[in-house]
Write a protein that binds this ligand. Structure first.
Ligand SMILES: [Mg+2]
Ligand SMILES: [Zn+2]
Length: 176
């Protein structure tokens, strides 16, 4: 894995939370996640949040509230799917629309980017669709993505499996 143009980081189950919907006012990053994000910034790696948040379309939170959360966490930009999964939008992971949006806006070669997430069937498949490097974390749904739900993304192999976001970041830097 070469030094990436950008690292995409999933939110729920990767940065913190429960793997389920958590309103930005209640979101708590895992203890080591803040150090992980600080490390990326220290290395000058562009970092983007990318997340499915369909509760937005039900009025339970706003895109702006999520944007503010990611800004405070130090992200350079955030790509958020607010749609209902049944809408058939192009941005609900595993669709790679959020990655395309980022690539267009920030002039990225997605094959030179890394995706970090906890769900094989969404994060890893979206990354695979655009040829990005795939790092699965064992937090959130990560452990079950590797076990009970492995069949939902069986055609794809992660490039790296990390204990958590901090280990993922260190792994990316060491292999770069
Ligand atoms: Mg997740
Ligand atoms: Zn969408």
């Amino acid at each position: 894995m070469r030094r990436p143009q950008a690292v995409f980081v999933d939110r729920d189950g990767t940065i913190g939370g429960s793997g389920h919907f958590v309103h930005p006012r209640d979101f708590t990053p895992y203890p080591r996640s803040l150090e992980a994000l600080k490390t990326l910034r220290k290395w000058g790696i562009t970092m983007f949040a990318f997340t499915n948040q369909h509760r937005i379309c039900r009025g339970e939170a706003t895109v702006q509230e999520f944007r503010e959360e990611f800004r405070i966490l130090g992200f350079d930009d955030a790509f958020i799917c607010p749609h209902d999964p049944l809408d058939g939008c192009a941005c609900h992971k595993p669709h790679p629309g959020l990655l395309w949006q980022a690539a267009q806006k920030h002039h990225l070669d997605l094959t030179q980017c890394v995706v970090i997430g906890d769900v094989g069937a969404t994060d890893m498949l979206a990354a695979h669709a655009v040829g990005a490097a795939k790092v699965l974390v064992r937090t959130g749904w990560g452990e079950s993505s590797l076990g009970l739900y492995r069949h939902t993304w069986e055609a794809v192999q992660p490039d790296m499996v990390a204990m958590d976001l901090l280990e993922a970041v260190h792994g990316i830097m060491e292999s770069g």
